[in-house]
Design a protein around this ligand. Structure first.
Ligand SMILES: Nc1ncnc2c1ncn2[C@@H]1O[C@H](COP(=O)(O)OP(=O)(O)OP(=O)(O)O)[C@@H](O)[C@H]1O
Ligand SMILES: [Mg+2]
Length: 263
């Protein structure tokens, strides 16, 4: 297995708005993500999860860093590498004057995905997988929040990114929609060969356990990985499964002991 993302010795400080020094979000932080893996970052609110995705996506420059490699190359020297990544935010962030399809086309055009003849095929496929085939000509305000988020996932997936960054994408959805989308996501990810690399951020332990191959548990900031858990329970991971129950109990306790809060 080769490394898709490698960060060594990341320091990241934000100047405090009151001018009194800096907030250290990362100090000596390391991360290794294998190609094709599904990694969940689990950490308390404000620990630096979104910040880390922004560093990986090149939106934020660390204050200091020894290694910042994506696909084995230095991101600082090769900013175009971010074109092979897609980002799904916590809210759908669709353009409200474009239909769901129009939003996806906008993304495809922006990234110059070629060949153009393939666009319809890609869109049909992914809108179909997330159950939106009948809604592609609707505007965002004409569909539910969950449907908007599905469209945002299609917009990300259709670009066929090698790396998919997902920042609490289901956190504002009702549990039924969130559960459905989690299943769709696992289906999408596990069906494709080679698998895409996914980094999924959440502060919900059950969600982390239902999705992740690997869970990285983060402390409060300055954030460090205090525990890495590899989960080899096959999907779908069902609520009544004893292994899930035991794992959740163990990780919850660990989190509470380390970070002092319930997840
Ligand atoms: N542009 C910025 N300027 C100053 N401070 C910032 C900036 N962006 C983030 N921070 C601070 O960095 C810390 C980490 O923020 P971040 O958004 O990464 O947290 P998070 O782990 O994603 O939290 P949540 O789970 O609530 O989304 C927070 O204390 C936040 O206030
Ligand atoms: Mg965040």
């Amino acid at each position: 297995m080769s490394l898709e993302i490698e960060l060594k010795n990341v320091a990241l400080r934000f100047p405090k708005p009151d001018g009194c020094g800096c907030l250290t979000v990362y100090e000596g932080f390391n991360l290794e993500v294998e190609q094709g893996s599904f990694t969940v970052l689990l950490g308390p609110s404000g620990c630096g999860k979104s910040t880390l995705l922004n560093v990986i996506n090149g939106l934020l420059r660390p204050s200091e860093v020894d290694v910042l490699n994506v696909f084995g190359k230095d991101l600082r020297q090769n900013p175009d590498l971010t074109r092979r990544m897609a980002y799904v935010f916590q809210s759908p962030r669709l353009l409200k004057w474009k239909t769901l399809r129009g939003n996806v086309v906008f993304g495809l055009r922006g990234l110059g995905v070629q060949p153009k003849e393939k666009w319809d095929e890609l869109m049909d496929r992914y809108f179909g997988i997330v159950g939106l085939s009948d809604y592609v000509n609707y505007y965002p305000h004409q569909v539910s929040g969950g449907m908007q988020q599905r469209a945002a996932i299609v917009r990300a997936w259709v670009n066929e990114p090698r790396i998919l960054l997902m920042d609490e994408p289901f956190s504002h959805l009702d549990e039924i929609s969130a559960g459905e989308l989690r299943r769709e996501l696992i289906k999408l990810w596990s069906q494709e060969q080679p698998r895409r690399t996914i980094i999924f951020v959440t502060h919900d332990l059950s969600e982390a356990i239902h999705l992740g191959e690997n869970i990285l548990m983060l402390t409060k900031c300055p954030a460090q990985v205090f525990h890495a858990e590899k989960i080899d329970i096959p999907w779908p991971r069902l609520e009544g499964d004893d292994r899930i129950f035991e794992l959740e109990k163990r990780l919850r306790r660990m989190f509470f002991e380390q970070v002092g809060i319930q997840v």
